[in-house]
Design a protein around this ligand. Structure first.
Ligand code: ADP
Ligand code: MG
Length: 250
């Protein structure tokens, strides 16, 4: 129904998308296409609309006009089965959002059991597989508060992966972490990127962006000002505002 480019399926398509919060025009004429398996990093100043753009992808925010097609589903269409749609999209937030009164393993098996109807035995096996993948299987029986921030974020990633999503969204996943645990979370994300899962990542970690991203999107004041390869973007940003943004980070 929706066209692909050169046989590669477009998993996410923003077409002339606008979003308003009341009178505030937060996303301005966004056009963005993300292919299956791509790793796209979104950067830009605070308040530029990065989180809002990300949250539109799984309809945590609704768009005001334009078209947004994700995994061949028109997300802007109010008639879609939103729960079925969201099963294919994992999201990792800055503040982990784990259930504090549930053990790590319970945090991970909950959605696969409730939403996908998987048995407890199978969900537990899957959860342990993903805990191993993020390197903390020994924490399965711990409560979130007993873990470091980096470990909690790795649990949150394992929880997202346990739903076997097509797309993983990350909104500043390392911004709330102590400097010494940022690396362990970035390592997990780097290994996911190499496994071919489609990822859209808002981050201020420029080293990570340069190394892992297939594309870097620079946003400012609700607009996409740059959409380029990382090498090109970091060496020679075409936009003055991108240049200024990068110079302030260093
Ligand atoms: P970023 O993630 O780039 O920092 P956001 O997408 O969070 O930016 O926010 C963009 C702008 O939209 C900010 O000015 C913010 O205050 C505003 N905003 C975000 N969410 C809401 C909301 N629910 N209601 C009103 N304004 C909002
Ligand atoms: Mg944000």
């Amino acid at each position: 129904m929706y066209p692909s480019l050169k046989g590669v399926s477009l998993l996410i398509q923003f077409r002339n998308v606008n979003k308003h919060f009341g009178h505030f025009h937060v996303l301005k004429d966004i056009n963005l296409q993300i292919k299956e398996g791509e790793v796209v990093v979104i950067i830009g100043p605070s308040g530029s609309g990065k989180s809002t753009l990300l949250r539109c992808i799984n309809r945590l925010e609704t768009i005001s006009d334009g078209e947004l097609i994700v995994n061949e589903i028109p997300v802007h269409d109010k008639k879609i089965d939103i729960n079925a749609f969201r099963r294919n999209i994992g999201m990792v937030f800055q503040h982990f959002n784990l259930y504090p009164h549930k053990k790590v393993i319970e945090n991970i098996v909950l959605a696969p059991m409730k939403v996908l109807g998987i048995s407890k035995k199978e969900a537990t096996q899957t959860a342990i597989t993903y805990l191993k993948r993020v390197g903390i299987e020994e924490k399965a029986q711990s409560y979130p508060a007993q873990l470091s921030g980096g470990q909690q974020q790795r649990v949150a990633i394992a929880r997202g992966l346990a739903m076997n999503p097509k797309i993983m969204l990350f909104d500043e996943p390392t911004s709330a972490l102590d400097p010494e645990t940022i690396g362990e979370v970035l390592d997990v994300m780097r290994s996911l990127a190499h496994q071919g899962i489609t990822m859209v990542i808002v981050t201020h970690e420029m080293g990570f962006a340069r190394e892992v991203a297939d594309r870097v999107i620079f946003m400012d004041k609700g607009q996409i000002l740059e959409d380029s390869q990382p090498a090109e973007f970091f060496q020679n940003p075409g936009e003055e505002r991108a240049r200024l943004f990068l110079s302030r980070l260093i």
